[in-house]
Design a binder for this molecule. Structure first.
Ligand code: DGT
Ligand code: MG
Ligand code: MG
Ligand code: MG
Ligand code: MG
Length: 269
């Protein structure tokens, strides 16, 4: 087909290919969710409905898009790891990022009423997205460690802060002053001696965030078949391997998680 004289504008498009053999991480984060959480009366510090909705959206992203081997979420953010061998959309960064962020955002609105049946969504939420490349497995693991450590630090602070406000009768400003400069051990101590809360017994969903991975499950189902030389149908069991997403709330910092799930980063992903 003959090219039009306008075709030259294509040359203004920039190449944004992600470097080969690197892990591609896309992180989405809710835009101004401080306000969104206030307006929709999210429970403080953790709203289980909101966290489960985030997990549902991430599951949809993993199901719809290609070659995501792991996702990690906490608060209003979710990170998606594309396998280093993925050649999806010729590894174009803009494709990775925009597909994740739009699929996530539309899922958030689509699944909202399943998690907040009594709360109308007041305005369309937005999410930002970024792409980061990690050249080694250790870099990738450290990235995920960083996000889980962030989850822990924020959750310990927030749990203590809101205990001081809700149960201790302090104003938010007083609680902030009380916690200024405190170490983790001191926050644990405040929770334990003032409010009889053992932080280690707080739900794993809040303390560790959520990890989504693929797992092979053997699905057994019954099927009726008709054998060629027999008059009646016969019921037989058929089994097949199926890939399923599982949601975990566990430590990903340390070797144990990776030893227990060696296939996550393997080439077979
Ligand atoms: P951004 O990301 O720069 O547009 O601004 P924000 O406001 O989204 O800030 P960010 O992402 O650093 O912090 C997440 C906010 O979301 C934080 O203000 C608390 C809120 N949030 C997230 N999860 C929950 C929850 O389960 N309950 C409540 N009450 N708030 C939450
Ligand atoms: Mg921010
Ligand atoms: Mg945010
Ligand atoms: Mg955030
Ligand atoms: Mg198109």
């Amino acid at each position: 087909m003959a090219k039009s004289k306008f075709e030259y504008v294509r040359n203004f498009e920039v190449q944004d290919t992600c470097l080969g053999n690197c892990w591609v991480v896309v992180r989405v984060d809710g835009r101004n969710f401080h306000r969104f959480a206030e307006q929709h009366n999210f429970t403080k510090p953790n709203d289980v409905r909101a966290l489960q909705l985030m997990n549902r959206c991430a599951q949809n992203v993993m199901e719809e898009l290609d070659a995501i081997c792991l996702a990690f979420g906490q608060s209003d953010e979710y990170s998606f790891v594309f396998h280093k061998k993925s050649n999806w959309y010729k590894r174009r960064a803009s494709k990775f990022m925009t597909h994740v962020v739009s699929q996530f955002a539309s899922s958030y609105v689509f699944y909202w009423k399943e998690y907040f049946p009594d709360v109308p969504i007041l305005y369309p939420p937005g999410f930002d997205g970024r792409v980061v490349l990690y050249p080694s497995e250790q870099n990738l693991k450290d990235y995920l460690n960083w996000r889980q450590a962030d989850c822990h630090i924020n959750n310990l602070y927030n749990t203590t802060f809101w205990s001081l406000v809700h149960k201790g009768g302090l104003t938010p400003v007083q609680a902030q002053i009380r916690l200024k400069g405190t170490l983790a051990a001191e926050k644990n101590e405040i929770l334990f001696s003032d409010f009889n809360i053992n932080y280690n017994n707080e739900p794993l969903l809040y303390r560790k965030g959520s990890v989504l991975i693929w797992q092979k499950v053997n699905e057994v189902s019954k099927k009726r078949i008709k054998l060629p030389n027999e008059a009646d149908e016969k019921e037989v069991e058929v089994s097949r391997w199926r890939n399923e997403i599982v949601e975990l709330h566990c430590d990903i910092i340390g070797d144990q998680f990776w030893e227990e799930h060696p296939s996550i980063l393997s080439d077979a992903c």
